[in-house]
Design a binder for this molecule. Structure first.
Ligand code: DGJ
Length: 739
């Protein structure tokens, strides 16, 4: 279908990032010890060992052919791992399995917890019964092949480790092998998880995860894990504002820089589900993948279903250690341009709403350029009949009254001002009042046999349909090419409801295919336009996950730009994602979302903790504001390498003062952003400890020309020197000057 368009797409460079390589050959026959510095599989003992720089993941293919968990944590040598006793349930009996936890549980045998693989055959039976059919080690990748003892079903459990990260990537590939043996009946897949993870026996279990809503994304929730099944999920067809597919498990004693933490994140931008099961005898296992309950897929003979990657890490260095490992992994292994710094962006949405036109945008662009912005983004309202959110979505041609000469003159002027030109699009959506909907009412995801719920007056297009994917691809490609667009802000302002795919033999494929099409389109756009950047957005942070970040440069964190609320939102976001992927704007005061008045300095200092942007109405900013803002933009550019490429330490967050420390990897430079939204009792703020500093070194504060001892700053802390009053903030810089 894409070829039919004749578009010159090179092979999509980014799409393969989270899909395992195709299985080509398989090691069967005589058992040989396959060894690799990162991965070993010893067929004699059935022991697979995956090594990362600071952790080990081990599993054993038991004599019954089932891969079972052995160890995930501190490095142990292979003999020690082989000698580890089976982690059987302490309450094994005729009512309870006596085997170690499965790497992916099917629904058979004495397994009564959540099954990560749920299949049904045409005769009504459920569940797989495996025999082990071989393994393959290829570089840092391990594949274990399981075949059903009687049915034409094969699963491959896949693992990947790398020498520069403690993150273990896992996924599953399920195949109906009936094509080979002539079994014609389809197999129904009710659940196909990417992986199941097992925590070791701990005295207690605590769960950290992210919850929220529109305007309140990424709120960190940390609770004792109940002895129960806890389901974290999105049934929305997008990752969601309400929950994120990230979690951390520990024994309730881990702190920011100390304690063992096990953390996982699913790389999927559609519906997902993670079931955490803490059983009454002290075992905690969680299994997760794409899809949600009630959704099932059909596998025809010869067909395969590949899950997204479910990544996990172990660290003994607390929540901060876990976050830094995730952030480094996302920066190096996930984001498409690891070495490209994020530009300082100006976006017109909060300034103009839908009321955009060429002259007004040029006025804003001139002011944005004076502030030092490097990218100017024209947001919603520029196309079709779009004067508000009731019409025009889907008609991606410039609105003639607003842009009578098209977008090119604006793009040219933005370029002339020395900035890149960005454009807002929402390619997955349509208003009923649009040319597109009138021409293709059948393109929406909503079943024709149900009344479709409109949210923000819009419906969702089914990009899983080849003709819709082709239309979106062609439309975006043309927009980028014709208007010299350097950046797309890709928005999506509603979830899926009344899902259907009329005429499709397996309509629930929608939940996979729509998401995969979004990813494919982005991948092809980037391949065809190598300079193009993409910002992920779904009404704020409604679709931020590892798979979306694999093809976008940054994510719009939240529509809530209130700096006080943002401190908490950014704290949650940083649990998994790096600051360079966190778009953070300075907007007007009072804030449009909360009505709160805050000084420009405070707004800047909060936004400088991420990929800085500006979103205020610059035409209403005084000369003084503009001058002050230009100073902050310049200051940000000086610390940008630290914020965007340094190591992040959340050095204060649960008291009246919050602070984040960004350290150069070689300890040469440091930036600390400190915020205090409200003063309490007029008390002076406590010193902020900087444990990442070298106690044997001295550090210069170049702004005060003051020298500090690293030992004092690390153990006693730095006086944050906050100004008096509410909304106080400061940027402290430190430079290592030797021992
Ligand atoms: C939601 C986004 O999060 C906003 O930044 C803005 O782009 C609007 N959509 C435009 O409709």
């Amino acid at each position: 279908m894409i070829q039919e368009l004749g578009l010159p797409y090179a092979r999509a460079l980014f799409c393969a990032r989270f899909q395992g390589p195709r299985f080509t050959s398989h090691v069967r026959g005589p058992s040989v010890l396959a060894t690799h510095p990162l991965v070993t599989f010893d067929p004699g003992r059935g022991l697979a060992v995956l090594r990362t720089p600071h952790s080990v993941y081990a599993l054993r293919v038991a004599p019954d052919g089932i891969p079972r968990h052995v160890h995930w944590g501190t490095p142990l040598d292979t003999d020690a791992l082989a000698a580890l006793p089976e982690a059987v349930s302490p309450a094994a009996s005729s009512f309870e399995a006596d085997a170690a936890p499965d790497e992916l549980a099917p629904q058979t045998g004495a397994r009564f917890g959540p099954a990560g693989l749920q299949v049904r055959f045409a005769d009504g039976t459920r569940g797989a019964q495996w025999h082990f059919a071989g393994h393959r080690v290829d570089g840092g990748e391990l594949r274990l092949r399981l075949e059903d003892r009687r049915r034409p079903l094969r699963a491959e459990l896949c693992y990947r480790v790398r020498s520069d990260t403690d993150v273990v990537e896992r996924w599953t590939e399920l195949t109906h092998t009936g094509a080979a043996d002539g079994s014609p009946d389809p197999i129904t897949v009710d659940r196909l998880d990417s992986a199941s993870w097992t925590a070791p026996p701990l005295a207690d279990y605590r769960l950290s995860h992210l919850v929220g809503g529109w305007n309140s994304e990424f709120q960190l929730q940390r609770d004792r894990l109940p002895v129960a099944e806890t389901v974290l999920t999105s049934r929305r067809g997008i990752t969601s504002h309400q929950a994120s597919p990230w979690l951390a498990i520990e024994d309730g004693t881990a702190s920011e820089e100390r304690g063992e933490v096990w953390s996982t994140a699913l790389a999927w931008s559609g519906s997902w589900r993670v079931t955490v099961h803490r059983n009454p005898v002290g075992r905690t296992i969680w299994t997760g993948g794409f899809g949600h309950e009630g959704v099932s897929w059909t596998l025809q003979p010869g067909e395969s279903l590949h899950t997204p990657v479910y990544a996990g890490l172990y660290t003994p260095h607390g929540f901060g250690g876990a976050s830094r490992t995730w952030q480094a992994y996302v920066s190096r292994q996930v984001l498409p341009e690891p070495d490209r710094d994020r530009p300082v962006l100006y976006n017109s949405w909060e300034a103009t709403g839908f009321d955009v036109d060429e002259a007004g945008q040029i006025r804003l662009a001139q002011r944005a350029a004076r502030l030092g912005a490097e990218l100017f983004v024209l947001d919603d309202g520029w196309f079709g009949t779009r004067r508000d959110d009731r019409s025009g979505l889907g008609d991606w041609t410039p609105r003639p009254e607003a842009f009578p000469r098209g977008l090119r003159p604006l793009a040219d002027e933005v370029h002339r001002l020395g900035m890149r030109f960005g454009l807002w699009v929402e390619p997955e959506m349509v208003n009923r009042d649009s040319e597109l909907y009138r021409a293709h009412p059948d393109w929406v995801v909503h079943s024709g046999r149900l009344d479709a719920t409109e949210l923000r007056n819009q419906l969702m297009l089914n990009l899983g349909r080849p003709e819709v994917e082709a239309w979106a691809q062609e439309t975006l490609d043309r927009l980028v090419r014709d208007n010299d667009v350097d950046w797309l802000k890709w928005d999506a302002n509603r979830p899926i409801t009344e899902a259907g795919w009329d005429g499709h033999p397996d309509p629930d494929r929608l939940w996979i295919e729509h998401t995969r099409a979004v990813h494919r389109i982005m991948d092809r756009l980037r391949a065809a336009h190598p300079r193009l950047g993409i910002e992920a957005c779904a009404g704020g942070g409604g679709r931020v996950d590892l798979d979306m970040l694999a093809r976008t440069d940054q994510a719009w964190t939240s529509d809530n730009t209130d700096p006080v609320d943002r401190i908490g939102i950014q704290h949650g976001f940083s649990q998994l994602f790096p600051a360079r992927a966190m778009a953070a704007w300075v907007t007007d005061s009072p804030n449009p979302a909360t009505g709160r008045r805050t000084p420009l300095r405070f707004r800047f200092h909060v936004a400088m903790a991420g990929a800085l942007g500006i979103g205020g109405d610059l035409t209403s900013w005084s000369d003084g504001d503009l001058k002050e803002a230009a100073g902050f933009v310049a200051a940000y550019k000086r610390i940008r390498p630290l914020v965007q490429r340094g190591h992040q330490y959340r050095v204060a967050f649960d008291g009246p003062v919050s602070a984040v420390h960004y350290a150069a990897p070689d300890d040469s430079e440091h930036a600390i952003l400190v915020w205090r939204p409200t003063t309490r009792f007029g008390h002076a703020p406590a010193p902020v400890r900087l444990p990442a500093l070298d106690p044997g070194a001295r550090y210069l504060d170049p702004d005060l020309n003051q020298v500090h001892s690293g030992a004092v700053l690390a153990s006693r802390g730095i006086d944050p020197r906050l100004p008096d009053g509410d909304y106080a903030s400061i940027l402290i810089r430190l430079r290592r000057i030797g021992p």
